[in-house]
Write a protein of this length. Structure first.
Length: 131
Protein backbone atom coordinates (compact mmCIF):
# COMPACT_ATOMS: atom_id res chain seq x y z
CA UNK A 1 0.00 0.00 0.00
CA UNK A 2 2.85 2.41 0.76
CA UNK A 3 4.30 1.86 -2.69
CA UNK A 4 0.89 2.42 -4.28
CA UNK A 5 0.14 5.56 -2.25
CA UNK A 6 3.58 7.00 -2.91
CA UNK A 7 3.03 6.99 -6.66
CA UNK A 8 -0.42 8.60 -6.70
CA UNK A 9 -0.98 12.07 -8.07
CA UNK A 10 -3.65 14.21 -6.33
CA UNK A 11 -6.27 13.54 -9.02
CA UNK A 12 -5.65 9.76 -8.97
CA UNK A 13 -7.44 9.18 -5.66
CA UNK A 14 -10.91 9.95 -7.01
CA UNK A 15 -10.40 7.82 -10.13
CA UNK A 16 -9.09 4.87 -8.14
CA UNK A 17 -11.60 4.95 -5.28
CA UNK A 18 -13.05 1.55 -6.27
CA UNK A 19 -9.70 -0.15 -5.72
CA UNK A 20 -9.42 1.15 -2.14
CA UNK A 21 -12.18 -1.23 -0.99
CA UNK A 22 -10.17 -4.19 -2.34
CA UNK A 23 -6.94 -3.39 -0.49
CA UNK A 24 -6.20 -4.84 2.92
CA UNK A 25 -3.68 -2.83 4.91
CA UNK A 26 -1.62 -4.34 7.71
CA UNK A 27 -0.04 -2.54 10.64
CA UNK A 28 3.76 -2.58 10.50
CA UNK A 29 4.86 -3.74 13.94
CA UNK A 30 8.23 -4.61 15.48
CA UNK A 31 8.04 -8.22 14.31
CA UNK A 32 7.62 -7.12 10.69
CA UNK A 33 10.39 -4.52 10.98
CA UNK A 34 12.77 -7.09 12.47
CA UNK A 35 12.01 -9.53 9.64
CA UNK A 36 12.37 -6.79 7.00
CA UNK A 37 15.79 -5.91 8.37
CA UNK A 38 16.80 -9.59 8.31
CA UNK A 39 15.64 -9.79 4.68
CA UNK A 40 17.69 -6.68 3.86
CA UNK A 41 20.77 -8.24 5.44
CA UNK A 42 20.25 -11.50 3.55
CA UNK A 43 19.84 -9.64 0.26
CA UNK A 44 22.83 -7.40 0.96
CA UNK A 45 25.12 -10.41 1.26
CA UNK A 46 24.58 -11.16 -2.44
CA UNK A 47 24.82 -7.60 -3.78
CA UNK A 48 27.62 -5.07 -3.60
CA UNK A 49 26.30 -2.83 -0.81
CA UNK A 50 27.97 0.22 0.66
CA UNK A 51 28.46 -0.50 4.36
CA UNK A 52 27.82 3.13 5.33
CA UNK A 53 24.70 4.13 3.40
CA UNK A 54 23.45 0.59 2.55
CA UNK A 55 22.77 1.42 -1.11
CA UNK A 56 23.89 -0.85 -3.90
CA UNK A 57 27.21 -0.16 -5.58
CA UNK A 58 25.82 -1.72 -8.77
CA UNK A 59 24.14 0.63 -11.20
CA UNK A 60 21.07 -0.11 -13.28
CA UNK A 61 19.38 1.49 -16.26
CA UNK A 62 16.08 3.26 -15.55
CA UNK A 63 13.30 1.66 -17.61
CA UNK A 64 11.79 5.05 -18.40
CA UNK A 65 14.60 7.52 -19.01
CA UNK A 66 17.46 5.01 -19.64
CA UNK A 67 19.81 6.89 -17.28
CA UNK A 68 22.12 4.96 -15.00
CA UNK A 69 20.93 4.90 -11.40
CA UNK A 70 22.17 3.34 -8.20
CA UNK A 71 19.82 0.84 -6.59
CA UNK A 72 18.25 2.10 -3.43
CA UNK A 73 18.02 0.10 -0.26
CA UNK A 74 14.40 -0.93 -0.96
CA UNK A 75 13.22 -0.93 2.65
CA UNK A 76 9.61 -0.57 1.48
CA UNK A 77 10.02 -3.73 -0.60
CA UNK A 78 11.50 -5.57 2.38
CA UNK A 79 8.58 -4.47 4.57
CA UNK A 80 6.09 -5.67 1.93
CA UNK A 81 7.82 -9.06 1.64
CA UNK A 82 8.13 -9.44 5.43
CA UNK A 83 4.47 -8.53 5.99
CA UNK A 84 3.33 -11.12 3.44
CA UNK A 85 5.64 -13.78 4.86
CA UNK A 86 4.49 -13.28 8.44
CA UNK A 87 0.76 -12.94 7.70
CA UNK A 88 -1.18 -16.10 8.49
CA UNK A 89 -3.63 -15.54 5.64
CA UNK A 90 -1.15 -14.89 2.78
CA UNK A 91 0.18 -17.82 0.75
CA UNK A 92 1.23 -15.86 -2.35
CA UNK A 93 2.30 -12.25 -2.75
CA UNK A 94 1.53 -11.17 -6.32
CA UNK A 95 3.66 -8.28 -7.49
CA UNK A 96 4.99 -6.69 -10.65
CA UNK A 97 7.63 -4.84 -8.58
CA UNK A 98 11.15 -6.07 -9.33
CA UNK A 99 12.35 -4.77 -5.96
CA UNK A 100 10.03 -7.17 -4.16
CA UNK A 101 11.47 -10.07 -6.19
CA UNK A 102 14.90 -9.41 -4.69
CA UNK A 103 13.49 -10.91 -1.49
CA UNK A 104 11.77 -13.95 -3.04
CA UNK A 105 14.79 -16.17 -2.42
CA UNK A 106 15.07 -15.06 1.20
CA UNK A 107 11.53 -15.54 2.53
CA UNK A 108 10.27 -18.79 4.03
CA UNK A 109 8.56 -20.46 1.07
CA UNK A 110 6.57 -22.73 3.39
CA UNK A 111 4.79 -19.57 4.59
CA UNK A 112 4.59 -17.44 1.42
CA UNK A 113 5.84 -17.22 -2.17
CA UNK A 114 6.37 -14.12 -4.29
CA UNK A 115 5.04 -14.44 -7.83
CA UNK A 116 4.08 -12.28 -10.77
CA UNK A 117 0.35 -12.44 -11.57
CA UNK A 118 -0.30 -15.03 -14.29
CA UNK A 119 -1.82 -12.52 -16.73
CA UNK A 120 -1.86 -8.77 -17.30
CA UNK A 121 -5.08 -8.27 -15.35
CA UNK A 122 -3.93 -10.47 -12.49
CA UNK A 123 -5.94 -12.42 -9.92
CA UNK A 124 -6.22 -9.33 -7.71
CA UNK A 125 -8.68 -7.66 -10.05
CA UNK A 126 -12.12 -8.51 -11.35
CA UNK A 127 -12.34 -9.88 -14.91
CA UNK A 128 -13.46 -7.39 -17.59
CA UNK A 129 -17.24 -6.91 -17.66
CA UNK A 130 -17.61 -6.50 -21.44
CA UNK A 131 -19.13 -9.00 -23.86
Amino acid sequence: WMEFERGLRPDDRARLSSIYAKIQSEVVDGRIVDRAIALMHARNLREKICQKCKTSLDTHVCDTCKRMISSKQNMNDAIIAATAELADDVDVLYSYDGGVYHFADHIDKTRCRIKEPPHHIGPLFDPPKHK
